[in-house]
Ligand binder design. Structure first.
Ligand SMILES: *[C@@H]1O[C@H](CO)[C@@H](O)[C@H](O)[C@H]1NC(C)=O
Ligand SMILES: *[C@@H]1O[C@H](CO)[C@@H](O)[C@H](O)[C@H]1NC(C)=O
Length: 289
């Protein structure tokens, strides 16, 4: 009985292996083919600005996306910046404003930026030590320094969109194409924030009517720093709008800033009426416990 079983097993074994190999080759082929074509088109369009690809429009007519990233020296800094650069490098008409919390431009960041392949501006401003306590809003001085730079260096004739890209977040490329059409202030969902797996504006008939969040839903703009973009002209038209240290609590900075430049009813929902998530905060494990 046993020997019959073994002889059948050995007769079948090669056939089973052949079938497995064929299935494997077949799936690889079907998965690879469309992917390869898409990459090719995207690359060609990005290089030449030729019609037919995602970069079909005349790219020099696109508004520039200004991403403002406050950063500070710590062991994971280079890894975080590298992850961001890999995304930003693929976005056409993009300008990275990196602001170090430091008394000088550090060598590490200077060298990193020189090779990152993204057009950039490198600024630095040191946060006074008395503001570096827990319970204080973070990166206020750095974001304001970037806003001041934009107000000095850009004018009425420069189309642009400003976005606050903290260095510990992850952004998908779709997000940049969504925010590029921002006329005033646009908003979208953000993953892993507000004590939920995501936080998002609630949209009815194309207008923001409230917020889905697990943390202080009474905030006028219950969104994360990674959840909105502002047209450059709105920043220029409100020269006094900035992030406040005085009287601002952590987590209220977004609301305190947005109150100065817009109203909830004027917000432009992006990402398919705020039903898709293209940006994520770092998942804090304490939420899972
Ligand atoms: C693209 O647009 C810019 C500004 O609108 C214009 O100066 C330029 O000639 C256009 N280039 C092409 C190839 O259409
Ligand atoms: C968003 O909702 C409005 C009103 O329901 C609709 O007209 C519009 O097409 C929607 N936008 C998208 C991108 O689905």
């Amino acid at each position: 009985m046993k020997s019959v079983f073994f002889s059948r097993f050995f007769i079948l074994l090669p056939w089973v292996l052949i079938v497995i190999i064929m299935i494997d080759v077949d799936t690889k082929r079907t998965i690879r083919a469309p992917g390869a074509a898409r990459t090719g088109r995207a690359q060609r369009a990005a290089r030449t600005g030729a019609p037919g690809g995602p970069g079909a429009q005349n790219q020099s007519a696109l508004p520039v996306i200004y991403a403002i990233t406050p950063t500070y020296t710590r062991p994971v800094q280079k890894a975080e910046l590298t992850r961001l650069a890999h995304a930003f490098r693929q976005v056409p008409r993009f300008h990275w404003i990196l602001v170090e919390d430091s008394t000088t431009r550090t060598d590490m960041v200077t060298r990193f930026l020189a090779r990152c392949g993204v057009p950039y501006t490198h600024l630095h401003v040191f946060t006074p030590r008395r503001f570096k306590r827990t319970g204080m809003p973070r990166a206020t001085e750095q974001r304001n320094a970037a806003l001041a730079w934009l107000r000095q260096r850009r004018g009425r004739r420069d189309p642009g969109v400003v976005f606050f890209a903290d260095d510990d977040n992850t952004y998908s490329l779709e997000l940049f194409e969504e925010m590029r059409s921002t006329r005033g202030v646009s908003v979208w969902p953000v993953g892993f924030v507000g004590g939920r797996s995501y936080e998002r504006p609630l949209v009815s008939e194309g207008k923001v009517v409230g917020w889905y969040t697990g943390w202080r839903p009474d905030r006028p703009f219950a969104t994360d720093m990674a959840g909105f973009a502002v047209n450059l002209q709105v920043i220029l038209a409100n020269p006094r709008a900035q992030f406040k240290r005085r009287g601002s609590q952590p987590g209220m900075q977004e609301s305190d800033f947005l109150k100065q430049i817009t109203k909830v009813t004027d917000l432009e929902p992006k990402a398919n009426n705020c039903t898709q998530c293209f940006g994520w905060r770092r998942l804090r494990l304490m939420w899972l416990i």
